[in-house]
Design a protein around this ligand. Structure first.
Ligand SMILES: Cc1cc2nc3c(=O)[nH]c(=O)nc-3n(C[C@H](O)[C@H](O)[C@H](O)COP(=O)(O)OP(=O)(O)OC[C@H]3O[C@@H](n4cnc5c(N)ncnc54)[C@H](O)[C@@H]3O)c2cc1C
Length: 441
């Protein structure tokens, strides 16, 4: 009787899950395991809620196939080794990952498994193309610029999707462990987690792919897939999604998924991405301005397009990509505030918040990362007029401005004084008041 443990991390699905498929093919008994690490529990109530929903869904799906999801709480390495010992496992499989946290866990598991003579195998599945596989022509361990990476990525051979195991046999006598209570999260309009919900949304999305190239920057249209959180937790396989999009010739969409892979391979060679500037000496002299930061966090800067984005973040635990660009650029390039507290705020609220994509994008916007034009500035008013021409997006998230019609909503400081006085909406920030002049397109 061969017994394997599959340690789930951020691959919370049964479809196209190489670690789970291999365990079911090579062992007679399989323990699907998830370990809740209390150290991560406090990071983001939104993500914790989504995680717990995803675990409940995974357990139900595994039970439908005769299996179960075994849950433990504690140090992931110690708990995994304890379970492996209890069931006499000779194999341990899990998805390979790139962050400093994940790689420390992998290193510790490797050492423990060697000691216990358990064969540890790391599988693909978190990205489409494995990080580290594509190497830049001029040398170096990772691509630093997106375009050449994208070209290499497009012509790379992708692995085959693996079949969903039909039956999973868990050894007798393993305590399943109690499912954590699903908390309220912090965002009232947050999406619900789980593979079942992710697959349902994916199915719907595939019928809406055609207008993506025209609509993906259009703020009121909300014409993006909103699958990021499902990708973040692996409820949807990025490879299965990319294959389905490719079959529909949706290359513009597939290109966005390539950005996700791009940042994963960056992090593999630059694990300090959340704290250190990626380009040496690229960090600006940032201002410390707690008051401006607080106004930005609260969606009270007095610049409506910025405030709309920041309020969407709180309400939904998600923000449109165009709004992420505008709000992040406003904090760093206009207020001159360090990108790290901005990154931390996004990381607390975003359900899709993960180290490679959050930190990689923040550094891109701040001009410390992989952007080939690091001194780019976004004019938030021009951005608002272009991507929210009638002000629909702003009015959706800033109800104080509901009575202001059309594009006038983007520059409330230009409204006649008596109307402006009637609005319960702040004027531009003190530290930013001079900029109001050039903010005028
Ligand atoms: C400052 C800032 C912070 C960000 N933080 C995160 C984050 O923590 N997690 C995250 O998943 N994305 C992050 N993004 C990227 C992007 O905004 C989101 O992936 C996207 O808005 C998610 O919505 P969607 O699924 O509808 O995207 P779609 O437009 O439908 O795109 C499909 C998928 O492609 C990937 N993708 C799209 N754009 C990017 C991008 N610029 N970088 C990397 N992957 C991309 C995502 O996985 C996304 O789900 C950030 C962008 C910025 C500017």
């Amino acid at each position: 009787m061969r017994t394997a443990v599959v340690l789930f991390t951020r691959d919370l699905r049964v479809h196209d899950n190489p670690a789970l498929a291999a365990a079911c093919a090579n062992a007679d008994r399989v323990v699907p395991l998830f370990v809740l690490d209390p150290k991560l529990a406090g990071l983001s109530p939104n993500r914790l809620r989504f995680l717990h929903q995803s675990l409940a869904d995974l357990r139900a799906t595994l039970r439908d196939r005769g299996g179960d999801l075994v849950l433990r709480t504690g140090d992931p390495v110690a708990e995994t080794m304890k379970v492996a010992g209890e069931v006499g496992a000779t194999m341990l499989g899990m998805a390979a990952d790139v962050t400093a946290y994940a790689r420390r866990r992998e290193r510790r598991l490797t050492a423990e498994c060697e000691r216990e003579r358990i064969s540890l195998r790391l599988f693909p599945g978190v990205t489409i193309v494995d990080p580290g596989v594509l190497r830049p022509g001029g040398g170096g361990p990772a691509y630093k610029v997106f375009s050449p990476y994208h070209r290499a990525w497009q012509s790379a051979t992708w692995r085959d999707e693996v079949a969903t195991p039909r039956r999973i046999t868990v050894p007798d006598g393993v305590a399943a462990g109690g499912m954590p209570a699903i908390g309220a999260g912090e965002s009232p309009d947050a999406a619900g987690g789980g593979e079942t919900e992710g697959r349902r949304r994916l199915g719907t999305w595939l019928n809406h792919l055609d207008p993506y190239p025209d609509l993906h920057d259009d703020l009121p249209a909300d014409g993006t897939s909103r699958l990021s959180a499902y990708l973040r937790f692996g409820c949807v396989s990025p490879l299965a999604l990319a294959n389905a999009a490719r079959q529909r010739n949706a290359e513009a969409y597939v290109r966005q998924l390539c950005w996700r892979d791009f940042y994963y391979q960056v992090v593999l060679t630059f694990p300090k991405i959340s704290t250190d500037a990626y380009r040496p000496n690229a960090d600006d002299t940032w201002r410390a301005d707690p008051e401006a930061l607080k106004h930005w966090q609260d969606g009270q800067t007095g610049v409506p397009i910025v405030d709309a984005g920041m309020r969407q973040l709180r309400a939904e635990g998600w923000m449109h990509n165009r709004a992420r660009l505008i709000t992040a650029a406003f904090l760093t390039k206009h207020l001159g505030v360090d990108w790290r507290p901005g990154l931390a705020w996004f990381f607390r609220w975003l359900i899709d918040g993960d180290v490679p994509n959050n930190s990689g994008n923040w550094q891109w916007v701040a001009g410390t990362g992989n952007d080939t034009r690091p001194y780019r500035r976004f004019n938030p008013i021009r951005q608002a007029q272009r991507f929210d021409p009638d002000g629909v997006y702003v009015r959706r998230y800033v109800p104080e401005l509901k009575s202001v019609e059309g594009a006038a909503v983007h520059q409330p400081w230009r409204l006649p004084a008596d109307i402006r006085r009637g609005l319960d909406y702040p004027g531009p920030l003190e530290s930013h008041r001079d900029e109001a002049v050039w903010l005028r397109p």
